[in-house]
Design a protein around this ligand. Sequence first.
Ligand code: ZN
Length: 347
Amino acid sequence: MRQALLAAVTLLFTCSLIAEPALNLIYFMPSDVEAVPGYEERLDKIMRYIQDFYNQEMTRHGYPDKQMKLPETADKRVKFTALKVEKDRSHFGYSGGGGPAIQEIEAFFRANPNERHSQHTLVIMPSFNDDPYNPGGVPFYGMGRYCFALDYPLYDLKYLGKPNREGQLLTKWLGGMAHELGHGLNLPHNLETKTERLKRGTALMGAGNYTLGQRPTFLTAPSAAILNNNEIFNPPGETYYRGNPQLNVKSIAVKRENNTFIITGQATAKTPINAVNLYIDGAPYGHVNNNYDATAFTVKPDADGNFSFQLAMDEIERFVPEDYQVRVDFLHINGLSSRWTKEYIKQ
Ligand code: ZN
């Protein structure tokens, strides 16, 4: 009995060690596609670069204990799970290939539950295109908590910041990977304010996929507030993205006075809210491809759920006064968010 108890305690302890949430990293190969040589070494450095970018930005925004975790080998290298599937590349192309790849990976996770480190998965596929200067053909986007990026022979951090073809290509696919990973980590698009652009460059979740590694690129405060509640930035033991947070909006008022937006409100929820994100999105809006220009702000509500934004309208780079949408996202501590929107259209 005591031995059984000890075994159970040991098992529990071991499980709690294993259960440290980390990003799932799948190197996905259709039956007729081979791994790009040296991918483990090259992508180890690339993933560490992206991890450092996120973690430094989380620290800068005041979350030094909220750091992205990657799966690691015993000797502390980034661990990729190579998955070769039975179907060929015709099932996994850029257009429509993401869903079938997710089905294969979910089946793999069901059969190998220890390989699932969290609910977030980055899928890397070797380019289907043989020209090393023109990689592509594979999915490259976010789908829920999955995101897709690619590998190609010149995908190597040694070209970082180089003003040559390899360097420009690297920024395109490295910035793209970091940006798509953001989507896979719950981040929507957003645009930097004018002050931020002067001070910090381009927001990763705006056009930062074209600048990372070449020009200043940063994470906005609203992005950091979302990652603060992300499963792989937090210690094990909590349950993420489950249940109905039961938002109760008591009031929201949007005013434009002189040159200032004043947005105030009060909201409570069954799942506590620890930040409120605000997006001001000029027309067109509403679809994922229309929100790159959504200028974003964040505040922390008080204990009663009151929040207040005061923004100079000059800060909004692409303001469309005759037609814009205000989105308010309430961020719950379990990673879910609840949205309130309103359109302001001049008649
Ligand atoms: Zn995007």
